[in-house]
Design a protein around this ligand. Structure first.
Ligand code: NAD
Length: 503
């Protein structure tokens, strides 16, 4: 689909295996962040729309759950092939609505595809265990069964990958899935729905309902939905967890982040600066695993700051669709304003803005260039607030222990990285750091799809991480069956004592 076609679009929901315009009422606008222009309108689901999606999902869920896991996996194999073939089309939609570069959009689709690859092998993880003779003539076995209708609520920043952390696993486990994508970036999810249908997924097993807070609250309160996976900002994650669990649902809610990279004086300075610049400014800093704080230990600060500035200054800021662009726009004018205010505040707070990305821009796009703020301290917004923009805060500390303490007292705990040549220090960091995902000379330690993804502290509400083996646990529940087939000679009459298996 060309960019011009996207501009003409009135978007829709995907309910009961087809496009659905919704029952009227509220809607939102989709913008191109590189120009500020409106490219599409999207209907917001009303309570009747959500009811319709849940009814279609409930009807489809039972036969889907009864379908052999291997057959379900075959549908995902078809989807995998279609996703690979549609990567460029989906990337173009993402760049148009999100602003990230086309390469970056292709990268997130690839990471999502890896979850589908994992999901194709899920039949192996669904098989239970068997123990014979747990009591005389008594056998036991376990199974994991799907939950029924489950929902996912996802953020703007990874419109393909984050939903794919959820639905391939949920579907492979035998659930029906309702996706509520970010209202700012709905198109990638709608394309995924069409590809799933083309792959042979029965109607109703996957739905997309668009909307904002009101739609989310309808999902959270809906009695027909058994579980909710959420990824987004911390205040919303907390609210979703509280409301969803209060209405009896299983909920996993992944929140925001402030990821620290600790740089020890013995680190390879050039490689470290390359890694930190990539992790701080890729996707204009709008990644939950972006490095937003560099913690310079001892005398590493001056060399690190000048190496980072040298690289960051050379990055090209522009539309994500333009060849050669390194840093695209932020998602909205409000995001750009938030980042610009934080830069102003940092100056007032006594930090040093050693590279200032604020710019005069006639394009109408929401651009901020790479920014480095040195001598940042806790208590300043540049440290305390998740800016979600191309801003690297540098905090200088005297020791390794002080760096660990800084991370431990930060309310977030998504990712953390260390740069060093010292294996002992790296191991001590792995063991002691208060974060869910840890990198050693790796700035963005996003676990591969065969592991699970999740942070600690205010980066995760609920205790089950997303995708990988924990995703299988989240989307299934256990059952243990105990069987006995007595022959007449085994009859032991009425026994009022508590059954004890080993006798
Ligand atoms: P957001 O919290 O504003 O929105 C996320 C989703 O929640 C959207 O679908 C939105 O429509 C809905 N929503 C927004 N406000 C709501 C409310 N008051 N009540 C109910 N639903 C509401 O997040 P965003 O701006 O789209 O995405 C950026 C945030 O997501 C950042 O904080 C980032 O760190 C976080 N994120 C975290 C991870 C992770 O794995 N931990 C991954 C990606 C993004």
């Amino acid at each position: 689909m060309s960019a011009t076609q996207i501009e003409q679009q009135a978007l829709h929901h995907w309910i009961a295996g087809r496009r659905d315009g919704g029952s009227g009422g509220r809607s939102g606008l989709v913008l191109d962040p590189a120009t500020g222009e409106v490219t599409a309108s999207v209907p917001f689901a009303s309570p009747e729309d959500v009811d319709r999606a849940v009814a279609a999902a409930a009807e489809a869920a039972e036969p889907w759950a009864a379908t052999s896991p291997v057959r379900r996996a075959r549908v995902l194999q078809q989807f995998l092939a279609l996703m690979r073939a549609s990567t460029d089309a989906m990337a173009a939609r993402i760049t148009s609505e999100h602003g990230k570069t086309l390469d970056d959009a292709r990268g997130e689709i690839q990471r999502g595809i890896e979850v589908v690859e994992f999901a194709c092998g899920i039949p192996h993880l669904l098989k239970g265990q068997f123990a014979d003779n747990v009591g005389t003539g008594v056998d036991s076995y376990s199974m994991r069964q799907p939950l029924g209708v489950v929902a996912g609520i996802t953020p703007f920043n990874f419109p393909a990958m984050v939903p794919m952390w959820m639905y391939p696993i949920a579907l492979a486990c035998g659930n029906a899935f309702i996706l509520k994508p970010s209202e700012r970036i709905p198109s990638a999810s709608l394309l995924a729905a069409e590809l799933l249908e083309e792959a042979g997924l029965p109607a109703g097993v996957f739905s997309v309902v668009n909307g904002d807070r009101e739609t989310v609250e309808q999902i959270l309160d809906h009695k027909g939905i058994a579980a909710v996976s959420f990824v987004g900002s911390t205040p919303v994650a907390r609210a979703i967890y509280e409301r969803g669990t209060a209405s009896g649902k299983r909920v996993q809610a992944l929140g925001g982040a402030k990821n620290h990279a600790v740089v020890l004086p013995d680190a390879d300075l050039e490689a470290t600066a390359d890694a930190i610049v990539s992790a701080a400014y890729g996707s204009a800093g709008q990644r939950c695993m972006a490095i937003s704080v560099a913690v310079a230990v001892g005398d590493s600060g001056d060399g690190l700051v000048s190496a980072v500035i040298e690289r960051a200054r050379g990055l090209k800021v522009g539309p994500g669709s333009a060849p050669g662009t390194d840093v695209g726009p932020l998602i909205t004018g409000a995001s750009r304003d938030r980042v610009e205010h934080a830069i102003e505040d940092a100056i007032e707070d006594g930090a040093k803005v050693v590279l200032d990305g604020r710019r005069e821009d006639e394009s109408g796009g929401f651009f901020v260039g790479p920014t480095v703020i040195d001598d940042v301290k806790p208590g300043m917004d540049a440290y305390d607030v998740e800016l979600f923009g191309p801003v690297l805060a540098v905090v200088r500390v005297d020791s390794f222990d002080e760096a660990l303490e800084l991370i431990a007292t930060n309310p977030y705990g998504n990712g953390a990285a260390i740069f060093t040549r010292d294996g002992g220090a790296a191991r001590a960091f792995e063991q002691r750091v208060q974060a869910g995902m840890v990198g050693v000379n790796v700035p963005i330690p996003v676990p591969s799809a065969i592991f699970s993804f999740g942070g600690w502290k205010e980066s995760l509400f609920g205790d089950i991480h997303i995708h990988g083996p924990e995703g299988v646990s989240f989307y299934t529940r256990g059952k243990v069956i105990t069987t006995r087939w007595p022959v007449p000679s085994d009859r032991d009459g009425v026994q009022l004592g508590f059954p004890v298996h080993h006798e």
